[in-house]
Each structure stands twice: as C-alpha cells, then as structure tokens.
Design a protein around this ligand. Structure first.
Ligand code: ATP
Length: 217
C-alpha cells in the first residue's frame, strides 16, 4: 500500500510550493506512471517518496512504514530494505564493475544471490558486460545497469525516474516490458516518472502532475 496525504513541499527561496496538498493512494503491487511538464516537480515527488527530501507537511506511508518524520539513518534503513530507486542520472558506483554495481543493493540488504543476479543481467542484455567498469559503458547500457541494481534485492517498491530516457525506441520497449512485467510478477509496486507516453500507458494507474497535484492522465 502506498498512501500519500496532503503532501506539501516548498524549496527554500521558492515563491510557491512545488508539491501542494498532493494525494496518492495505490494498493501494493500496482504500477503507476507520472507525467508532467519539465520542472513541474516529478523528481521532487520521487525524492520525497524515497525519503531523500523532507516534506513541509503531509504524510507518506509506504510498505506499512510512516516515512515523514524518519531520521536520516532510519530513512537509509527503510530504503535499503524496501526500495529500489532508478535515478535519472543513474548514480552508479564508478569504481565498481557492472556485477558489483548490481550486487550492491542485495549485498547491503543481505539477500544476494549470484543465480538471481545472473538471470537479471541476462534479461536486461547485460551478461556480456558483467565484468566491465561501468564508466566504459554507453548511457543506455548504464541505464540498464541502474535498473538491474534497483530490482536485484527484491524491493517492495521501485521508484523510477525516466528509466528509459537514454534508450533508443526499440531498447526502450524491451526494457519497459521487462521492468513492468518483472514488477508485476514479483508484486512490486512500481512508480515511473516519464516523458514517454509509450512508457506511461503501460502503467495500471496513469497520472499527470500539475500545479503540485496529481490528476488522472
Ligand atoms: N534541491 C532543490 N533546491 C531548490 N530547488 C529545486 C531543488 N530541486 C529541484 N528544484 C526546483 O524544483 C522544480 C522542480 O524540479 P524537478 O526536478 O522536481 O522537476 P521535474 O518535473 O522532475 O523536471 P524534469 O522533467 O525536467 O526532470 C524546478 O524548478 C527545480 O529547479
């Protein structure tokens, strides 16, 4: 269950709130997409859901855990155990190869399985790169590594910021199918921020963010 009530966030110095009394309620295991104009606050909303940003008011409950008001270390623990995050700029660990980047979340959570990871890399077309330093990969390949890392520890919820933003149309289709099907099969709640209507329409619930609130897209 993902439940967001009256969520409000205004950045210091900004004249108005970027997220304003936002409501979002979704059962577990469902997929949601969020579209909206550039700068309307989509990444901010994901950062609030991930506990990277602190809201000014409102409440966020994910996987039975009240997120607002958590200390930084409790938010770290929550993310480690419950969340997979696909960042817009990947946030890969440059000093590690593909295998160790993908293993990172599962090792941290304590549920690392080489067999599961091998299957995931194969599904994402990354097997041939597993020993490559991530810095030597193309943007699209790095994006797929970021997706594998977000799925590898079997999180309850995956938050994905433009997960296909750097992929060509054909690869975007393949990767979107994998992400949505994988999350559906594993009963993972998937929240995808995207500018692509092709990606957005794969989600069970489709929203647009406008003036700080979500409306049906
Ligand atoms: N840490 C921050 N401090 C102050 N302002 C910020 C911060 N992060 C984002 N903003 C501002 O908040 C607004 C929303 O940014 P955000 O990245 O959430 O938009 P977005 O909808 O994800 O945009 P895009 O589609 O271009 O990625 C922008 O005007 C941005 O400059």
């Amino acid at each position: 269950m993902l439940s967001v009530q009256q969520l409000t966030k205004r950045y210091p110095g900004a004249t108005s709130a970027i997220i304003s009394d936002l409501e979002l309620h979704a059962p577990s295991g469902i997929s949601l997409s969020i579209q909206g104009a550039s700068g309307c606050g989509k990444s901010t909303l994901l950062a609030l859901l991930a506990g990277f940003e602190v809201c000014d008011s409102g409440s966020i409950v994910i996987a039975n855990q009240q997120l607002d008001g958590l200390s930084a270390s409790a938010a770290d623990d929550f993310r480690k155990n419950n969340l997979g995050v696909i960042f817009q700029n990947y946030n890969l660990l440059e000093c590690f190869n593909v295998w160790d980047n993908v293993a990172f979340t599962a090792r941290l959570k304590g549920n690392y399985s080489a067999e599961r990871q091998q299957q995931l890399l194969a599904q994402l077309g990354l097997s041939a790169f597993s020993q490559a330093p991530v810095g030597q990969l193309s943007g699209g390949e790095q994006q797929r590594v970021a997706i594998a890392r977000a799925l590898n520890h079997c999180p309850a919820v995956v938050l994905a910021d433009e997960p296909t933003g750097n992929l060509d149309e054909q690869t975007s289709d393949v990767v979107s199918d994998l992400l949505f099907n994988y999350c559906h099969a594993q009963k993972i709640t998937l929240v995808v921020v995207t500018h692509s209507s092709d990606v957005a329409c794969r989600a069970r619930q489709q929203y647009a963010l406008h003036h700080g609130k979500l409306c049906a897209a």
